[in-house]
Design a protein around this ligand. Structure first.
Ligand code: NAD
Length: 494
C-alpha cells in the first residue's frame, strides 16, 4: 500500500442548486493535522447562500420525492461505484485532512462505498403496511412518506462514512438535503457530493454548505422549510442543536459522543481482548465514538493485562499517513492535544500511573503518544472517567466482583459502545442485560455497519442511523383509511 497524495484536491466550495460556487463569507485553511501545513481551503457561505441552499432543497423536493424509489436507489448505487473508482484520490483526501493512517483512510472509503450501495438497494424496499378496515370493504394503509427538505450536520472524524450514512438514508427515503459538513474535513464531503452529482442526482437535491457552524445551524433550524435535523458530533453541540430545533419542533436524530467501557472478566482470553480492542482504541488515533476508553479488568488478570496493553500501545508507530510503516496517526488539531494533556494530568493527580505515553509527541503536526493510565480506583473522580477522551488514551482499573465492574462501567453519562470479554454464556447474558450501552461487542468489536440500526442514549444522543430504521428516520408514517363506496350506498363506513 502506498498513497499518492498528488491525486487529492484539498479545497472545497459550496454546491447549491447543482452548481459549485465560491462562498461569499471568506475562506478557512484546510490544515493537514499530520504536519500542521495548509493543504487547501474551504469556502464559507454567506447568509444569502445558505438561504439559497434551503430554497433549492425545497424546490427540488416535489420531483425527488415523486421519483420512483428504484430510480433513487440506482443513483445511490451508481455513486457507490464512482466512489470506488476514485478510491486512491479519496484515500489521499481523507488522509491529508484528518491525519489518519493510510489503512484507516482506505478502510473508511470501503465502508462509505458499502453504505451508499446498501442504502441504494434498500430504497425500493421501504414498505407500507396494510391493516384491515373496521367495516366491510374498507382498509387502512400506513405509508412511510418522505419528510421534506432536511438538514444534515456531520463531524470531521469519519467524513466519508458520516456523509454517506446520512445522505444515503435521506435520499433513499425521498428527502432533499442541506448538508453542512465539518470545516475540518471539507474536501472529503465535497468528493462524496461530487460522486452523487456525477451519478445523476438532480440539481437541488443535495446542497453542500460550510460556514460559521453556529450561524448556519441557527439559520437551518429556524427555517420553516427544514423538517428534520440529523446531527453527528459532540455532546455539547448536540445539546445546543436540540434546543435550537425545539421551538420549531424540528425532528432530530443526534449521534453524539461515547466513552466505551471494556469489561475483562476472570475467564477472558487477555491476548484476544487486547488484540481486538486495540484496533478500535488506536485506529483513527482513538477519535471514534466507539473507541474503548475505560478498561475494567478482574483483579486476577489485572497485572498481566496492564503489562500486555502497555506493550501493545508501545508497539504503535506514530507518524504521517504517507510515511512507511506508520500505524498511529495524528489527532484533529492542537486543541485535542491540549485536552489529552489536561485529562492525563488530572488522572495523575487522582492517582493514575502512566505506564506509557502521556505527552504530545515532539514532531510537527498534532500527535499524542499512545497512553495507558493504570490504577485509578473504580470510584475515582478523575475527569477522564466521565469526559469522552477522544484520543489514543485509555484507563485500566481493577475490579473484584462483576457487580462492581458493571456499576463502574455505567457510571459515565454516555450510553453507546461497550465491550465484554468472557467465556461464560451465562455471565455474558447477565452483563449484556445490565450494561448501560446501545452497541455491545462480546469477545469482538462493535462496528456500525450500514445494515443495522444504531443509536445512543443519554449523552450519546437519540434516534437511529443505519438499517431500515435509519431510512425511516427521514419519513413520516402516513395513515390512509379508505372505504370502497358502491354508488347508491348512503351509509358511512368506519
Ligand atoms: P463537533 O460537535 O465539534 O462538530 C460537529 C459538527 O457540528 C461540525 O460540522 C461542526 O462544524 C458543527 N458545529 C460545531 N460547533 C457548532 C455550534 N456551536 N453550533 C452548530 N454546529 C456546530 O464534533 P467533532 O469534533 O467534529 O466530532 C467529534 C465528536 O463527534 C465526538 O464527540 C464523537 O464521539 C462524535 N461522533 C459521534 C458519532 C456517533 O455515531 N455517535 C460518530 C462520529 C463522531
Amino acid at each position: 500500500m502506498s498513497v499518492d497524495t498528488s491525486r487529492a484536491r484539498m479545497s472545497a466550495e459550496l454546491f447549491v442548486n447543482g452548481t459549485w460556487t465560491a462562498g461569499k463569507a471568506g475562506r478557512l485553511d484546510n490544515v493537514d493535522p499530520g504536519n500542521g501545513r495548509t493543504v487547501g481551503a474551504v469556502s464559507l457561505a454567506s447568509t444569502e447562500q445558505v438561504a439559497e441552499a434551503i430554497a433549492a432543497a425545497e424546490a427540488a423536493f416535489a420531483a425527488w420525492s415523486a421519483t420512483p424509489a428504484a430510480a433513487r436507489g440506482d443513483i445511490l448505487r451508481r455513486a457507490a461505484g464512482l466512489l470506488a473508482d476514485r478510491v486512491e484520490e479519496a484515500t489521499a483526501t481523507i488522509l491529508l485532512e484528518t491525519g489518519k493512517t493510510e489503512a484507516d483512510a482506505r478502510g473508511e472509503i470501503g465502508r462509505a462505498v458499502e453504505t451508499l450501495r446498501w442504502n441504494g438497494e434498500q430504497a425500493g424496499r421501504v414498505q407500507a403496511t396494510m391493516f384491515p378496515g373496521v367495516a366491510a370493504g374498507s382498509r387502512r394503509t400506513s405509508m412511510p412518506t418522505p419528510l421534506g427538505p432536511v438538514a444534515v450536520i456531520t463531524a470531521w472524524n469519519f467524513p466519508a462514512v458520516l456523509a454517506t450514512r446520512k445522505l444515503g438514508a435521506a435520499l433513499a427515503a425521498g428527502c432533499t438535503v442541506v448538508f453542512k459538513a465539518s470545516e475540518f474535513a471539507p474536501a472529503t464531503a465535497r468528493l462524496v457530493v461530487e460522486v452523487l452529482a456525477d451519478a445523476g442526482l438532480p440539481a437541488g437535491v443535495v446542497n453542500l454548505v460550510f460556514g460559521d457552524p453556529q450561524a448556519v445551524s441557527e439559520q437551518l433550524t429556524s427555517s420553516s422549510s427544514i423538517k428534520a435535523l440529523s446531527f453527528t458530533g459532540s455532546t455539547a453541540v448536540g445539546k445546543a442543536l436540540a434546543a435550537q430545533a425545539a421551538p420549531n419542533l424540528i425532528r432530530t436524530v443526534l449521534e453524539l459522543g461515547g466513552h466505551a467501557p471494556v469489561l475483562v472478566l476472570d475467564d477472558a482470553d487477555v491476548d484476544h481482548a487486547i488484540a481486538t480492542t486495540a484496533a478500535a482504541k488506536f485506529g483513527s488515533a482513538g477519535q471514534s465514538c466507539v473507541a474503548p476508553s475505560r478498561y475494567f479488568v478482574h483483579e486476577s488478570r489485572y497485572r498481566e493485562f496492564v503489562d500486555k496493553l502497555t506493550a501493545k500501545a508501545k508497539s504503535y508507530v506514530l507518524g504521517h499517513g504517507t510515511e512507511e510503516g506508520v500505524t498511529l496517526g495524528a489527532v484533529a488539531h492542537q486543541g485535542r492535544v491540549d485536552a489529552l494533556v489536561r485529562l492525563t494530568r488530572d488522572a495523575v493527580d487522582h492517582g493514575a500511573v502512566i505506564t506509557t505515553g502521556g505527552s504530545q509527541a515532539a514532531r510537527d503536526g498534532f500527535y499524542f503518544e499512545p497512553t495507558i493510565l493504570a490504577g485509578l480506583p473504580l470510584d475515582s473522580k478523575a475527569t477522564i472517567l466521565s469526559e469522552e477522551p477522544f484520543g489514543p488514551i485509555a484507563t485500566v482499573s481493577s475490579f473484584s466482583t462483576v457487580d462492581e465492574a458493571i456499576d463502574a462501567a455505567n457510571a459515565a453519562p454516555y450510553s453507546f459502545a461497550a465491550y465484554l470479554f468472557t467465556d461464560s454464556m451465562a455471565v455474558r447474558d447477565d452483563v449484556v442485560r445490565r450494561l448501560n450501552a446501545s452497541n455491545i461487542g462480546v469477545n469482538q468489536l462493535a462496528p456500525s455497519l450500514p445494515d443495522v440500526p444504531l443509536g445512543g442514549l443519554g449523552n450519546s444522543g437519540y434516534g437511529y442511523e443505519g438499517g431500515i430504521e435509519g431510512i425511516l428516520a427521514f419519513t413520516q408514517l402516513r395513515l390512509v383509511s379508505e372505504t370502497h363506496v358502491t354508488r347508491g350506498e348512503s351509509h358511512a363506513r368506519r
